[in-house]
Ligand binder design. Structure first.
Ligand code: HEC
Ligand code: HEC
Length: 414
């Protein structure tokens, strides 16, 4: 696919260069187009529009997931709901009519038939997957499929069954195995499939299709970002719209344009017509409206957490980088790979920062920590105890067992 993508984009580029230069997206790239809307980011109508985009908009990426990867054929022939759930896809019960819920409950609707997956897609009930189902000779056939932001950044509350429930937007789906899903495509070489299959659950490499390197990152939450003015693990952009455009155009393969001259080599993807730019303001407004889920009552010891806060500010030296109400010193200061405790990368992968626009790391804003293990861009700490242990060792903090335990309780409370 590497080669196919490269070919498609270079062909698209040569066609487009002359025709698209006047478009808002190319001239203004990210900021100006969003800022000329004249709509307040807190406008409820804008937020509602953004929610719809976040959940259901593919930006026309069916041309990739259907025409190039042929995922519609894989799904309709081989992906029954049990298989879909096993690779971490989620089903939204709010989209299911009562009869379907009853049918799943009493077993009259088979969860081992791909036809059921097609029926769920027709109901728009598979989180982050958008299908077009057409009646062909009296039978429902999946003819187009694409993905949305919700695929990776939403999950469900499991209120009906594991993997089936009500949507939780902004919560990273750490059951999802994006690499394993992509690897189902018949359009990939065995070598490419091996890379995709190596990523594992909850991880995705948003740089692989540019640099061919293999070092997936943990899917981060898309909540609690209001007031954060540095986005991505490496602080590549000042606002969400920057990264949203990157993902929509270069990862989901929606239609639009992306230019990043700081990358090595510089990136320039033109995939007209532009189905992204006009949606960025609403999409950003929606994400900024999603609050971090507070730590559940009883999930941490409040007295110990209060002591842990003193360790965070004092002996742990955490507050030298995790400052202010968002616990980050970005964008004012980013950190070199030698300063972080998460490198070297596992599996001898190259430094993730080296593959980014800044070549540095952003001190991650700390929020909803109880919810989104594993931690750090590469997930090297599977628990908050692991985080504290890593800092204690690598930064030679000499914290006592009590201080470490208290610090963990504080992190659990954030
Ligand atoms: C295939 C999975 C996947 C899809 C689909 C996806 N993302 Fe992400 N997202 C990621 C990964 C992985 C990262 C981490 C990348 C990095 O920081 O280098 C990320 C990073 C982000 C961040 C940065 C969070 C922070 O802490 O700065 C935001 C916000 C975000 N995505 C929103 C979106 C939106 C909006 C869409 C749809 C346009 C989207 N994502 C689609 C996987 C995905
Ligand atoms: C030198 C600056 C610096 C100091 C000091 C520091 N951090 Fe960090 N922290 C970072 C950076 C940069 C990252 C992102 C690294 C990555 O993702 O690999 C990070 C990531 C984290 C994360 C992961 C968050 C997530 O969502 O994955 C946690 C938790 C954390 N730090 C807690 C702490 C604690 C606790 C301390 C004190 C013991 C501390 N940090 C000290 C800079 C710092």
């Amino acid at each position: 696919m590497q080669h196919r993508i490269a070919k498609v984009s270079s062909r698209a580029r040569s066609v487009v260069v002359t025709t698209v230069l006047v478009s808002c997206s190319v001239v203004a790239l990210v900021a100006a187009c969003n800022q000329t809307t004249g709509i307040s980011p807190n406008d409820p109508a804008l937020i509602a529009q953004g929610k719809d985009i976040f959940r259901f908009d593919t930006f026309g990426d069916e041309t990739f997931w259907t025409d190039t990867l042929r995922m519609h054929e894989v799904i309709r022939s081989a992906v029954d709901p049990t298989t879909a759930l096993s690779v971490g896809l989620k089903v939204d019960t709010d989209s299911l009519p009562a009869a379907v819920v009853a049918g799943i409950q009493n077993g009259s609707i088979s969860l081992t038939s791909p036809a059921t997956t097609v029926a769920l897609l027709k109901l728009n009930a598979v989180v982050g997957v958008k299908g077009t189902v057409t009646n062909v000779g009296g039978q429902d056939v999946l003819t187009r499929v694409g993905i949305t932001c919700a695929l990776c950044h939403s999950t469900v509350d499991n209120s009906f069954a594991p993997g089936i429930g009500r949507r939780l937007d902004g919560w990273p789906n750490h059951d999802l195995n994006p690499g394993a899903i992509i690897a189902l495509s018949s359009a990939l070489t065995p070598a490419q499939k091996a890379v995709y299959n190596s990523w594992g659950k909850g991880k995705y490499d948003a740089r692989y299709n540019f640099d061919g390197l293999n070092g997936p990152t943990v899917i981060p939450p898309a909540y609690g970002l209001k007031g954060v003015t540095s986005v991505t693990y490496t602080g590549d952009g000042a606002e969400l719209a920057y990264w949203n455009r990157y993902v929509a155009v270069t990862q989901m393969h929606g239609h639009g344009s992306w230019v990043e001259s700081r990358a090595t080599p510089p990136q320039n993807v033109q995939n007209p017509p532009d189905m992204v730019t006009a949606k960025l303001a609403a999409l950003q407004a929606y994400q900024l409206s999603i609050q971090s889920p507070p730590a559940p009552a009883g999930s941490f010891d409040a007295t110990a957490a209060a002591r842990g806060r003193l360790v965070f500010d004092g002996a742990g030296q955490c507050a030298s980088c995790h400052i202010g109400s968002h616990f980050t010193d970005a964008p004012g200061r980013l950190h070199s790979p030698t300063e972080v405790v998460s490198e070297p990368e596992p599996n001898n992968a190259p430094s993730f920062a080296s593959r980014s626009a800044t070549k540095m790391y952003r001190s991650t804003p700390l929020r909803g920590l109880w919810q989104h293990a594993p931690y750090f861009h590469n997930g090297v700490a599977t628990t908050l105890d692991g985080v504290v242990e890593l800092y204690n060792t690598r930064k030679a903090l000499n914290l006592t067992a009590q201080q470490k335990a208290d610090l963990v309780q504080y992190l659990k409370s954030l």
